[in-house]
Write a protein that binds this ligand. Structure first.
Ligand SMILES: [Mn+2]
Length: 346
């Protein structure tokens, strides 16, 4: 009898235990899932609660910023006004002598495709030597000393700590029809000045950039190494105010994160061929060959040929850079420029 009892009690008690276990496991998973959705939802919502879209409205273009700053001086410009070449310019930045070679080649490739455009280089007086300035001027860069804009709070990686300074380009309002900004680790392989058409007043656009490729993946953010922009003092004033709002963007990517938040709903997305990021090679080396005929600008993000001569996986991009550098050397006599400039410094 006892044994039968044991047997039956086990039989009765077994399945409920299993059910209870299952109930707890499923219940646990459900709670975890809900928490996950809740967290994700909160992260997502934070973006819309960002100060950039709050009641303390941040303006993002010439019209809204002029209204915000209560200016009555809204000039009517129309597309028939002659866009002279002096109203537009190319810009780059040089924050240390280390990037001299990059700046020289960028200048050479801009001039090769745009012989009549002006080129400006922004730099820090305390960080760039006279010899370097002399050499970039010989390449055709007009030099403009600027003040450094430091990262507004802690956390910007060392390689990006000077990058907020490039925001000053928005203050150069003499180039009212537009500026094309390029990092000094880029080269131009096809003309890009047709882009100025995209920001004529009738289009309603004032800012354009190409998507970033991050760790071999396409990104929702644009890359700030190539930008088409319209300088404006009110937009600039708003940038100077909003970039200091702590926590409103990821300081880890410095000015690029800030600009992405600032222009998130207003930027014109350019094809990636206007900013071919070296990291497409991590994604798929075949892409390089496929995109080569369409490339306008190549951006040596991950590895700079002028800092690291070993190409690693970037054989094709390095070939391109080196062949253009040789071409420049033959045309410009770089060692001649260098020796003249070194004399100037003494
Ligand atoms: Mn760069």
């Amino acid at each position: 009898m006892r044994e039968t009892y044991k047997y039956t009690s086990l039989k009765i008690q077994g399945p409920p235990r299993l059910l209870i276990k299952c109930f707890f496991i499923i219940g646990g998973l459900a709670v975890f899932g809900v928490l996950l959705i809740f967290t994700y939802d909160n992260i997502k919502r934070q973006r819309y609660e960002s100060p950039f879209y709050s009641k303390d409205y941040a303006c993002h273009d010439t019209i809204t910023c002029r209204n915000k700053y209560n200016s009555s001086s809204i000039e009517e410009t129309n597309d028939n006004s002659n866009q002279t070449i002096s109203n537009v310019a190319f810009f780059t930045s040089l924050y240390s002598d280390e990037y001299l070679k990059g700046t020289m080649l960028l200048g050479y490739t801009i001039k090769k495709h745009h012989p009549n455009h002006e080129m400006y280089l922004i730099y820090f007086k305390e960080k760039v030597s006279e010899s370097t300035l002399c050499q970039v001027r010989a390449m055709g860069w007009k030099t403009k000393a600027i003040e450094r804009i430091p990262p507004p709070w802690e956390g910007a990686p060392a390689i990006f700590i000077d990058q907020f300074s490039k925001l000053q380009i928005w203050s150069f309002v003499e180039f009212k029809d537009g500026i094309i900004y390029l990092d000094s680790d880029t080269i131009v392989v096809k003309r890009v000045d047709q882009l100025f058409e995209l920001i004529k007043p009738s289009t309603g656009f004032e800012f354009a950039a190409a998507p970033d490729v991050l760790w071999g993946k396409d990104s929702n953010n644009f890359n700030a190494g190539f930008m088409l922009l319209k300088p404006d003092k009110y937009v600039y004033a708003e940038m100077m105010r909003t970039h200091k709002i702590k926590g409103s963007y990821d300081i880890g990517f410095a000015e690029q994160s800030f600009l992405n938040e600032f222009f998130r709903y207003r930027y014109l997305r350019l094809p990636e061929t206007f900013n071919i990021n070296l990291s497409i090679m991590d994604l798929n080396p075949h892409l390089w060959k496929m995109l080569l005929p369409d490339m306008h600008v190549v951006h040596y993000t991950e590895q700079k040929p002028f800092k690291n001569p070993n190409p690693g996986i970037y054989v094709e991009p390095y070939k391109l850079w080196n062949s253009l550098y040789e071409e420049m050397d033959k045309t410009m006599n770089l060692s001649g420029i260098e020796s003249i400039c070194e004399k100037t410094e003494q």
